[in-house]
Ligand binder design. Structure first.
Ligand code: NCD
Length: 504
């Protein structure tokens, strides 16, 4: 078995093949055997002079410290921040700039956790050193999935096909269920069963992805129904921090019949996994369960060390390092989200109201969005003209301004209020360009955060448009975009997420 992890980013579990998952499980098993044989420090010089930078914008105990432990036992070092207090993030520094600083600091690898979906793809785009996703919003947590797979691999004696895994707790707002279920989907004959409140249930897009991969996904009525039919039950913590407006009391109510207590494990053979932490107030796992043979989550946590030690060893266990140049690749400043539309000669810019000679028409705004867009752009204060218009012949309002080029931030602000605006550029009284500005529809995606200046980018995943960062599917809803225009746009997109080339 061979696989190349050298200097590779670890952003999404879907970037790894079945062979690669098996390879890294086997490498992790060797670290586990080494520990059992009393040889914890056998590789103590492997990463001598290598440094890991941890950048944790969100709380973490296991992920951060287990990467550090892995580094320590391989003879490397670690440095970074845990929580943004005390960093320049407090002074509104962007992810791009902070990541660049960690590269300038002669680190060899970054492990980062951030509340926004897609933030880790962006960090990997920016960094000239490999980046490991330690959790991005409710998107992914690939090394958690790999350590979960390693746990199962060892407990099952090297078998990952034919597994029956139950999921419970919060399948909707967490990232561990997404990453683990997608990791499982590489294997044969996988069945996933789950039981949870609708609000905390499996997201439709994930169920669809799994079904397309041949995974059998079944929803059961009760935890006991699941427990009776699985080898492992993967419990998760309700991610209250990602549910604005929902109280702990609400969640306790929703979890009532789905908590794991003695009555739900006794009499079954399923082993209980949990990425941890357990919320002691919701107590999604009753503490008495901790002392039963079902409990496997503390062993699972130590597999996090074996996995991460193996991963770091594979990634960095070679000579050579990346030199920092202080330059950023130009593509970090340009999006590919402008869907070009055909310009029809006849109906030109100046319909219905005064023509503009040079400037921009912001068209097809949502009914009722006009005032908010007008306020967000604040054109008049900035010294530009601004004519807003709602006319009976046209179902959607529009804005005319003598501002020639709207900035990316202007365009984002418009699209956040009124999705898919049409932008017409007028030069010398003629329309020179007409495009629809697309922005990822996932409210938690980093590409929607104006100040982060992440250029919206999409890719063509076998005919489906996906966001480069959070990888959620995107559907064009603009009424006027023709099939031909849509196809031309799709054809202009890359077929996969291509790595950003960095000058050495
Ligand atoms: C998880 C996370 O942060 O996604 N924790 C972890 O890394 N072990 C799960 C959680 O916080 O509930």
């Amino acid at each position: 078995m061979s696989a190349d992890f050298r200097d590779r980013d670890v952003i999404s579990i879907t970037d790894f093949s079945r062979e690669e998952i098996l390879y890294i499980c086997e490498a992790g098993r060797k670290m586990y055997e080494m520990e059992r044989a009393g040889k914890r420090n056998a590789l103590r010089d492997a990463l001598k002079h290598r440094t890991l930078s941890y950048m944790f914008y969100e709380p973490s105990t296991r992920t951060r410290t287990s990467f550090n432990t892995g580094m320590r036992e391989l003879g490397g070092r670690y440095d970074g921040f845990s929580g943004t207090e005390g960093t320049s993030v407090m002074k509104n520094e962007t992810v791009r700039d902070t990541v660049t600083m960690m590269c300038a600091n002669h680190n060899d690898v970054i492990v980062m956790r951030h509340p926004l979906d897609g933030s880790l793809q962006w960090a990997a785009d920016v960094a000239n050193i490999p980046v490991i996703n330690g959790g991005d919003g409710k998107n992914e947590h690939p090394t958690q999935a790999l350590l979960d797979m390693l746990t199962i691999y060892v407990l099952k004696g090297g078998k990952l096909d034919g597994l029956r895994v139950g999921f419970g707790g919060d399948l909707s707002h967490g990232r561990t269920v997404r990453s683990l279920s997608l990791a499982l989907s590489h294997f044969e004959g996988i069945t996933i069963r789950w039981a949870a409140e609708d609000f905390l249930g499996m997201p439709a897009d994930l169920a669809k992805l799994l079904a397309a991969q041949g995974v059998r996904v079944e929803r059961d009525r009760s935890v006991r129904d699941v427990m009776a039919q699985v080898d492992f039950y993967y419990m998760t913590r309700p991610q209250l921090e990602r549910m604005p407006g929902v109280t702990q009391k609400d969640i306790v109510g929703m979890m009532k019949q789905y908590r794991i207590d003695l009555g739900k494990v006794e009499g079954f053979d399923a082993r209980l996994l949990h990425p941890l932490p357990v919320n002691s107030e919701i107590a999604e796992i009753d503490y008495r369960v901790y002392f039963t043979p079902a409990q496997a989550f503390f062993a699972q946590a130590e597999f996090g060390i074996f996995h991460r030690k193996a991963l770091l060893h594979e990634m960095l266990g070679h000579e050579g390092y990346r030199r920092y140049s202080g330059e950023l690749p130009a593509e970090l400043g340009v999006g590919n989200n402008r869907l070009q539309r055909k310009i029809h000669g006849a109906k030109q810019s100046g319909m219905f109201i005064d023509k503009i000679h040079d400037g921009t028409v912001i068209d097809h705004l949502g009914v009722g969005a006009l005032r908010a867009v007008d306020e967000a752009l604040d054109l008049e204060t900035r010294g530009y003209s601004c004519t807003t218009a709602v006319i009976s012949e046209k179902p959607t309002p529009f804005i005319k301004t003598n501002l020639r080029d709207l900035s990316e931030r202007d365009l984002k602000r418009i699209a956040l209020i009124s999705p898919e605006p049409t932008i017409d550029s007028i030069r010398d009284g003629r329309m020179t360009e007409k495009f629809v500005y697309l922005l990822c529809a996932n409210g938690n995606c980093i590409s929607r955060t104006v100040n982060e200046d992440v250029p919206p980018r999409f890719y063509d995943d076998g005919g489906a448009i996906r966001c480069r960062y959070c990888r959620r599917p995107y559907t064009i809803t603009h009424r006027k975009v023709t099939e031909e225009e849509r196809r031309a746009y799709l054809g202009s997109l890359p077929k996969k997420i291509e790595t950003v080339a960095y000058p050495d």
